[in-house]
Design a protein around this ligand. Structure first.
Ligand code: BES
Ligand code: MN
Ligand code: ZN
Length: 493
């Protein structure tokens, strides 16, 4: 699919389908150029608006056929919502919705023209291109037959825009990272396992000339990563501790580390997941790792002057005669001891050693992303990630990056008093507290493994996986986190 910028007016554009956006109004009236356009299209636009009682509400996208010898064959109209509530994501979602309707209507050549008094052409072009690309992504890798709802779009033109080519290029690169993450999450545990994930990251490193260190089990033993290795014990597959580095050609303005939870499958271990615990979707428990490596793919192409480390302790949480037992005491690489009172709270164990490792790199900030707790989904629902940090500047930077990305995050309290509930009588701490405040105690557990580096934790258990499609993604992996991380790195220059 080719996406182009075209400064031409919608009045003169010739192509298969023209898409227009409208802010919410009680009655939509066509004025000025839109009235001219309507006239040229023999009133199809005003008829479509009247017949469907279109009021420009969000998530309303309609298509109509234009008759006769008109240079345009179809018009698509989409609702942008209330003008006073507009954000860049309004346009990303609108473009996604337009692209979906266009593909359903078998459109190959599409022109998009959205009113945008609030934003400059480059910002707008980037988010529109992101919307179109992300909405047109279908993961058909595991289907044996050709789909009956294929993506038909071949050429998309952004009309009345003077955006630079770079804006479209940036969108393509970011979406490349998002799609990489989606496909990693969608790949089942018999395809993406610790060995194949490490191989995938190795190809990524080779493709973009990134530094890569993969620590094998013995290396991790030497570093005393008892928490990570405890989780890895039952698997027939070897654990892989992945450390990928992007270094800019010029001096780094900032050094950052991303840590992603990398459970290629989470059975729960001997505290085996029961009915209703989503065991069948636990291939997505490497969504944090997918997000950081997706971000790596984009950052390696965007080449910002920031050094970024991408770290994941990758394994599966399985059951076998070698499995860690509930009650086992593990020693993490910072010397702290953990009584494993629940083997299903495994993510924090793998992250503990990954955070200790990241903390030693001397970076300016660490951000971890993890499908850590069902409790976070109970607290914030499926669409919003939880954010925990003591560092308000970091919190604000991440909130800004997430807002521009159209990814929802909500800051939660690091309520230190709750850590008392994690105290163990026999070891330094347990790995699980009571049900109440489960996502907070999980964050407090992670905090034990970071010394002085500014650190933030994102619990992405909800938004990494979609049971229902939206305009931007289908069911399955959403690629959540990639756009926020990339924006944050780009803003860190
Ligand atoms: N990977 C799960 C969390 C999860 C649950 C992610 C549902 C996505 C959807 C995590 O390892 C887990 O099992 N957490 C337990 C923790 C509990 C044992 C303290 C949970 O949330 O139930
Ligand atoms: Mn678990
Ligand atoms: Zn898990």
């Amino acid at each position: 699919m080719e996406i182009k910028v075209n400064s031409q007016s919608k009045l003169n554009w010739k192509g298969e389908a023209l898409a227009l956006g409208f802010f919410t109004r009680d009655t939509i009236t066509l004025e000025g150029e839109l009235a001219d356009l309507d006239q040229r299209l023999d009133g199809v636009l005003s008829e479509l608006i009247a017949e469907t009682e279109f009021k420009g509400k969000p998530d309303t996208t309609l298509v109509a056929r234009v008759g006769g010898k008109n240079p345009i064959r179809k018009v698509i109209i989409t609702g942008l919502g209330k003008e006073e509530e507009v954000s860049v994501d309004t346009f990303r979602k609108a473009a996604a919705s337009i692209a979906r309707v266009a593909n359903q209507a078998r459109v190959k050549h599409l022109g998009i023209c959205l009113p945008h008094p609030q934003y400059d052409d480059n910002t707008l072009a980037q988010v529109i291109a992101e919307g179109v690309i992300l909405a047109s992504h279908q993961d058909n890798r595991f289907k044996s037959e050709v789909q009956d709802r294929p993506v038909t779009l071949e050429t998309v033109e952004l009309l009345e825009s003077n955006a630079k080519e770079e804006a479209i290029e940036r969108a393509k690169i970011i979406c490349d990272g998002v799609i990489f993450a989606r496909e990693l999450v969608n790949a089942p545990a018999n395809v993406i396992n610790p060995v194949t994930l490490a191989e995938t990251v190795k190809s990524l490193a080779q493709q973009y000339g990134l530094q890569l260190t993969i620590l094998e089990r013995e290396d991790c033993e030497r570093l005393g990563m008892g928490a990570f290795l405890g989780v890895a014990k039952a698997s027939d597959l070897p654990p892989k501790f992945i450390h990928l580095v992007y270094k800019p050609e010029t001096e780094a303005k900032r050094k950052l580390a991303f840590v992603g939870k990398g459970l290629t499958f989470d059975s729960g271990g001997l505290n085996l997941k029961g009915p209703g615990s989503s065991i069948e979707t636990m291939k997505m428990d490497m969504g944090g790792a997918a997000a950081i490596f997706g971000a790596a793919k984009a950052i390696a192409q965007l080449k910002p002057p920031v050094e970024v480390h991408f770290i994941s302790a990758v394994t599966e949480n399985m059951i076998s005669g070698r499995a860690m037992h509930p009650g086992d005491i593990l020693t993490a690489s910072n010397g702290k001891t953990i009584e494993v009172n629940n083997t299903d709270a495994e993510g924090r164990l793998t992250l503990a050693d990954a955070l200790v490792y990241a903390d030693k790199l001397g970076v300016d900030a660490i951000v971890d992303l993890a499908t850590l707790t069902g409790a976070c989904i109970i607290a914030l629902g499926n669409d919003i990630a939880g954010l925990w940090t003591k560092n308000e500047q970091l919190a604000n930077e991440l909130k800004t990056a997430a807002a521009a990305a159209g990814e929802k995050i909500w800051q939660m309290p690091l309520e230190e008093k709750y850590f008392e509930q994690m105290k163990s009588t026999i070891a330094d701490m347990k790995n699980t507290g009571p049900r109440a405040g489960g996502s907070i105690t999980a964050a407090l557990f992670l905090q034990q493994f970071v010394k002085d580096t500014p650190w933030a934790h994102l619990d992405i258990a909800g938004p990494v996986w979609a049971e229902k499609p939206t305009s931007l993604y289908n069911e399955g992996g959403t690629g959540f986190g990639v756009r926020t991380l990339v924006n944050w790195v780009l803003n860190s220059q």
